[in-house]
Design a protein around this ligand. Structure first.
Ligand SMILES: [Zn+2]
Length: 115
């Protein structure tokens, strides 16, 4: 259940941000989850519901966005999106490609308002 640790990390990050803005509260949190980050969205939601109680994000709107796997070809320089794990460039057939998005999860946006 590494989603539980992820959520704890998210809450810690939000707390750290919030500490720099006294008198504000969190209105909205946007999480960006790469489709190949290994994060189970359902488990993440369960973990969020569990851990947000009593935390800085308890009353915040939480939005989860997913991100496709995006690669860049090192041979022809083109960028492309895949919906399954496939490293091959569709333009030139090269396997010399680099993942540039879709493998991470991050705290994309944090909206704060006056408390
Ligand atoms: Zn290519």
């Amino acid at each position: 259940m590494h989603e539980f640790f992820i959520v704890q990390n998210i809450i810690r990050s939000v707390e750290e941000c919030l500490a720099e803005y006294p008198g504000k509260r969190v209105e909205k949190v946007v999480l960006l989850i790469g489709k190949f980050s290994g994060v189970e969205i359902d488990l993440l939601k369960t973990a969020l519901d569990f851990f947000k109680k009593g935390s800085v994000i308890e009353n915040a709107e939480i939005v989860i966005e997913t991100e496709d796997l995006k690669l860049k070809c090192n041979e022809c320089g083109k960028e492309f999106v895949k919906d399954k794990w496939d490293m091959m460039c569709p333009y030139c057939g090269s396997l010399n490609t680099t993942v540039i998005a879709g493998q991470d999860m991050l705290l994309k946006t944090l909206e704060l308002v006056e408390d």
